[in-house]
Design a protein around this ligand. Structure first.
Ligand code: SF4
Ligand code: SF4
Length: 432
């Protein structure tokens, strides 16, 4: 009874803290401007099913895709097992779903194979990160916490899967001994091989089974509460993020509503822009000037680096890394969120996304080629953020690199990006 009570308290506490942290992330995402991503629901569902559930873009690289698929399936399917663990924990039962008979055996057997696949995949991932040192996982922006975060997640998953298999092995041995309520149920194709390494004393076996049970469930609850602080949040956010993907043709830059309204007002003095389009500033200086989708992108980023590995600016040694753009945006949104929480509203902190997090050099290194957007396995768009920050630099501060300023001057004076006067445009048609 005491065990049930402790379990119920831990379970309720972890759900409470998770929902509290989730609400804060939701509030941070809502800091962004409005953008309509609720049209074409059938196309959106299709995109989400293909990209998030189907992992379509992951399969551009088969080995990491397969390993990731195991971890993903393991996460989704083994969590069905959690339902049984939670019910057992709350009501003091043991393997409550065993009444399913043969189907239960099939389920437990599948969970064990998946647990083994997850465990081995995580081991390979650890080796790729720390021993083989795959290039895209070694950038400067991953130093310190991001690297620790990634390793922590992998080690936790290995420990959780090991505890799951060890719990089953102890359970099976107790079943074979006919110990108390451990009736013969389930199929254990993987954990049966652990039996020779377990002690023969039933009281020790029972202790191992219970310890692993508690470790597994407490580990999962702790993991749930760790998600909001980790890149692993993508296991939840990948679904809404792909649903709200930009469905416009790739590479199409959005018009600025504020500019469109200004032009409309110039052409038609009676035109009054809707209040929701009131100009705060052109482009984006800080996270509040981006859209909520940009911020959802930032919180969904898995820090996998596929974008950076395909970025021509990064490949040619420029400072720009689209992954860092997303990490900086997330970090700044979190900082603004803390500011609001502490002060009951945003209090100016003399910081902004541009300059304090993302430098001009990074911004102007972008060729707007769209490769990062194309590569991202969860449809994140770093280019959108870069363009908005550039728009701010140009339209609000009149700051752009000299080469671009020359082009602006030419457009203004000659109606074309070149330095020739309009009347000389057709000169090239004349024979010399
Ligand atoms: S759009 Fe910019 S950031 Fe993205 S890959 Fe191309 S150059 Fe890099
Ligand atoms: S933006 Fe996409 S591709 Fe780039 S690191 Fe994040 S998840 Fe990976």
């Amino acid at each position: 009874m005491i065990g049930q009570l402790i379990f119920a308290l831990c379970f309720a506490g972890s759900l409470f803290f998770f929902s509290k942290n989730a609400k804060q992330i939701y509030r941070n995402i809502r800091l962004g401007r409005a953008v309509d991503r609720f049209d074409k629901p059938s196309e959106r569902w299709r995109t989400m099913l293909l990209i998030a559930f189907g992992q379509k873009k992951m399969f551009k690289r088969i080995t990491p895709a397969l390993l990731h698929l195991f971890v993903y399936l393991g996460f989704v399917i083994i969590n069905i097992e959690m339902l049984e663990i939670v019910i057992d924990g709350l009501f003091g039962t043991h393997r409550i779903f065993s009444f399913l008979g043969g189907f239960y055996d099939f389920l437990i057997g599948s969970f064990e194979w998946l647990a083994l696949a997850v465990l081995l995949s995580c081991l390979v991932f650890l080796i790729r990160r720390n021993i083989v040192k795959v290039n895209r996982l070694q950038s400067k922006e991953l130093d310190h916490w991001p690297k620790t975060d990634a390793n922590l997640i992998l080690v936790t998953e290995i420990l959780l899967m090991s505890a799951f298999l060890m719990m089953n092995a102890a359970d099976l041995k107790l079943q074979l001994y006919g110990f108390e309520h451990f009736k013969s149920v389930g199929s254990f194709p993987v954990s049966q091989y652990l039996l020779p390494y377990l002690p023969t004393s039933t009281s020790t076996l029972y202790m191992i089974e219970r310890s692993c049970w508690w470790f597994h469930i407490m580990g999962v609850l702790a993991f749930l509460n760790y998600l909001p602080y980790s890149k692993h949040l993508h296991i939840i956010l990948a679904f809404p993020n792909t649903y709200f993907s930009n469905l416009d043709p790739k590479g199409k830059l959005s018009n600025m509503t504020t500019v469109t309204n200004e032009v409309k007002a110039m052409l038609d003095p009676s035109f009054t822009p809707p209040p929701s389009d009131a100009i705060i500033r052109f482009g984006a200086k800080d996270v509040q000037d981006l859209t909520w989708k940009n911020l959802l992108d930032a919180y969904t980023c898995t820090e996998c680096g596929r974008c950076t590995a395909s970025c021509p600016a990064n490949i040619t040694g420029k400072l720009l890394s689209p992954r860092k753009i997303m990490m900086d945006t997330r970090d700044r949104a979190t900082e603004v969120g803390h500011n609001i929480k502490k002060n009951g509203g945003f209090v100016e902190d003399s910081k902004s996304l541009i300059d304090n997090y993302i430098s001009r050099e990074e911004l102007w290194a972008c060729t707007s080629c769209n490769a990062c957007v194309e590569q991202c396995p969860v449809n994140i768009n770093p280019l959108d953020i870069i363009i908005e920050l550039r728009r701010f630099a140009v339209m609000e501060e009149s700051q752009a690199p000299t080469s671009i300023n020359n082009m602006f001057g030419n457009i203004e004076n000659n109606g074309a990006p070149w330095k020739y006067a309009q009347m000389d445009r057709a000169n090239w048609t004349q024979q010399q």
